[in-house]
Design a protein around this ligand. Structure first.
Ligand SMILES: [Zn+2]
Length: 431
């Protein structure tokens, strides 16, 4: 059996296990992977906070050298079969693509990582150090402290996932910029947090609005001011490196977006997302009855800070924007906001792979606007964690439309490319 057929078959079997989170039910996926890996001589352990939410960790080697983790998650977001052309849990192959929920996010990479470590074990590869494969639960929901996946594993079994390097989801897009291929590797991510804006008034009867002080009406101009908030641009090191690779110079922060737009719309979107913190009002609650004027309105604001940016700094800017008024602000703990350097042994291994697989191509870092499990490893162990799973068969714009959406599918060519990349990177780093 070729690696291509092996990874395709394993992905089909993973897709056919419904691991929509909530409720997750990832244990059958962990069991399937354990059976496959143990048959190839890779030792495995399952770690579960409750029986139906198992995380699998497999290991090869035991030397004193570096430890590299191939990290992935087995849960998926939900799928509405009505919206799909084929069953979301069919695992059908059509025109060289495997269909199903999780094909891109991220059972394809789960399968490719498992085949990479299994095939290396079969061939007798003995890492200098350790190659770890982790297929974890609960990435799509996982809110502290009610978590079942990597954050729980790191907190309760701190030695299991200790590693120097990790390869996870979140990057590996290939762009063509002026005819030149550019591979993007996610080395950083913004922090995600919730801001609550509480606006106070005085409740009253709906029939006499002039007597009351309507908190919902008072919230309206504040929401508009939040929507107009644009913090001063700050060029993150990832965008600086990307633009320097593409243009030969680092622009000033104020001109970075314009420079990026002149290059490519996708590059512009990347640069724009990491120039400043953002706020997006997404939920509101006020009165529960039509005839009661609310004395309190609460607005939930999705807030994304730059890596290493403090909440206090963002709050000051938000208060300036809102001005004085009858409101207060409350924050939840931030998640994410960590970065790894785009240099060192793992970076060189990636660059070496890109040079060989795609001569003349550029490897560039990127800062994600979203949040991935790489954060838990960076925060706990100082792991150099990158998001990189190479995609050549499907354009990044097409892939990003399908993730968390209907008709998700992955080209078999990209599964095979992923296996080859993960094997090559593991051997380069651990030989
Ligand atoms: Zn994912």
């Amino acid at each position: 059996v070729s690696l291509r057929d092996e990874v395709t078959d394993l992905l089909q079997r993973l897709i056919r296990l419904d691991t929509v989170n909530p409720p997750g039910n990832e244990t059958p996926a962990a069991e399937l992977l354990r059976e496959y890996l143990e048959a190839n001589g890779v030792r495995c352990d399952l770690y579960a906070r409750t029986d139906d939410r198992a995380n699998l960790v497999a290991r090869l080697g035991n030397g004193d050298g570096p430890k590299l983790a191939l990290l992935s998650h087995t849960d998926t977001v939900l799928a509405d079969a009505e919206e799909w052309e084929r069953g979301p849990w069919s695992g059908d192959i059509v025109d060289g693509e495997v269909w199903g929920r999780g094909a891109l996010d991220m059972k394809g990479q789960v399968a490719a990582s498992a085949v990479a470590i299994a095939s290396l074990a079969r061939e007798g590869f003995e890492p200098n150090g350790e190659l770890i494969f982790a297929a974890t639960a609960d990435e799509e929901v996982g809110e502290l402290p009610d978590d079942y996946g990597l954050s729980w594993l790191v907190r309760t079994h701190p030695e299991v996932m200790r590693c120097d390097f990790a390869l996870n989801e979140g990057g590996g897009d290939r762009l063509l910029v002026g005819g030149r291929p550019v591979w993007l590797c996610s080395t950083a991510e913004k922090a995600s947090m919730e801001l609550r804006l509480r606006v106070r008034g005085r409740s009253g009867h709906g029939s006499q609005p002039s007597v009351a002080d309507n908190a919902l009406v008072k919230a309206a101009p504040l929401i508009l001011r939040l929507a107009e908030l644009r913090d001063a641009p700050r060029l993150q090191q990832e965008s600086a490196a990307l633009l320097e690779l593409l243009t030969g110079r680092v622009p000033r922060a104020e001109e970075a977006l314009e420079v990026a737009r002149s290059i490519d719309p996708y590059v512009a979107a990347l640069v724009e997302a990491s120039l400043a913190f953002t706020v997006a009002p997404t939920m509101i609650t006020a009165s529960k009855k039509r005839n009661v004027i609310p004395g309190l309105a609460e607005v939930v604001v999705d807030t994304r800070l730059l890596p290493e940016q403090t909440q206090a700094e963002a709050e000051q800017r938000i208060r300036e924007q809102l001005g004085p008024g009858d409101y207060d602000l409350e924050w939840t703990e931030p998640q994410g906001g960590t970065r790894s350097p785009a240099e060192g042994a793992l970076w060189e291994a990636l660059r070496g792979w890109v040079d060989e697989a795609d001569p003349g191509a550029i490897l560039a870092p990127q800062c994600l606007s979203g949040f991935t499990d790489s954060h838990w490893l960076r925060a706990a162990y100082g792991t150099v964690a990158y998001g990189f799973f190479p995609m050549r068969g499907m354009a990044p714009e097409a892939a990003s439309r399908l993730v968390h959406s209907a008709d998700e599918r992955v080209p078999v060519d990209d599964l095979e490319l992923g296996v080859r990349f993960l094997r090559d990177a593991s051997v380069a780093l651990l030989s």
